[in-house]
Design a protein. Structure first.
Length: 280
């Protein structure tokens, strides 16, 4: 308290000057309409800038919740797309009745741990078996293909991304429908390789690569990447294609886990078919 009194005593002339200045401004404002309007305008401008700054800070801290909400909404919208349904046509008494059944559903998840510089990379998400996540489910991002779920716990799951030496995914050239296999040979996380594409068709730089839909995990038409370079391995009859991946793994945040509702049925059918071949 004593220090406060000493401070006031030391700068009493300054405080008196400021007080008189405020008093003069008030008197001028009261006796001059123009000055009053200018002062009010100036005060409103200062207040507006202050509230704008406060609102910007508040909006920044609210971005996480907004991003989570948008990701959940996008998952719902993806599930409503025509590609997420499968058509069953039944002809009864010459009447064609087409019934659409849900083929794929999408669960939004957040990446909580990731690597992209190793030879075998992995991602971890904040959803697990309690949220309907199981092994072998496909994982995509708003940009394109990500990988496949390989392990789950109640609340978490790990993903083998395309940036893994054991990753194999069926893809195709969008322009020609030629089907090949996406692999990763290590090195730059921005690029992968497509093999098994025959050289019967000419390829061009920036040709789009998408998922083929032939596997039981990824829906058809998910973006994979763009041809950076295509060379022919001499005598093989196949291209060796360098692909610029559509997904930016360094900045990957939210993903969607894809549930194929017919996967078990499809796999059981293939297993039964293979068993019949062995018996023959």
């Amino acid at each position: 308290m004593r220090q406060l009194l000493e401070f006031i005593k030391r700068f009493n002339y300054v405080f008196l000057f400021l007080l008189l200045e405020v008093f003069c401004i008030i008197m001028v404002a009261k006796n001059s309409y123009y000055q009053n309007s200018r002062i009010i305008s100036w005060g409103n401008s200062i207040a507006g800038r202050w509230y704008k700054g406060v609102n910007s800070v508040g909006s920044y801290f609210g971005l996480k919740a907004e991003n989570d909400r948008l990701a959940a909404e996008n998952a719902m919208l993806r599930a409503q797309q025509a590609a997420s349904y499968i058509s069953f046509n039944d002809s009864v008494f010459s009447i064609n009745d087409t019934v659409y059944k849900q083929h794929y559903t999408y669960t939004e998840a957040k990446i909580i741990k990731a690597s992209w510089t190793q030879h075998n990379n992995y991602l971890m998400i904040n959803k697990g078996s309690l949220h309907g996540i199981s092994t072998d489910m496909a994982v995509i991002s708003p940009q394109g293909i990500v990988g496949v779920v390989v392990n789950t716990t109640s609340n978490f799951a790990t993903i083998m991304p395309v940036l893994h030496s054991n990753s194999r995914n069926s893809v195709k050239i969008k322009r020609t429908d030629l089907v090949g296999t996406l692999i990763w040979e290590g090195g730059d996380y921005r690029y992968a390789t497509v093999i098994d594409i025959p050289t019967t068709h000419k390829l061009y730089q920036n040709d789009t690569i998408i998922t083929s839909g032939f596997a039981n995990d990824f829906p058809e038409g998910i973006a994979v990447g763009y041809i950076e370079e295509a060379r022919t391995d001499q005598g093989s009859g196949f291209y060796h294609i360098k692909v610029r991946l559509a997904t930016d793994f360094v900045n990957l945040d939210h993903v969607y886990v894809v549930d194929n509702h017919f996967k078990a049925e499809q796999e059981a059918l293939m297993a039964a078919t293979a068993e019949n071949d062995e018996e023959d």
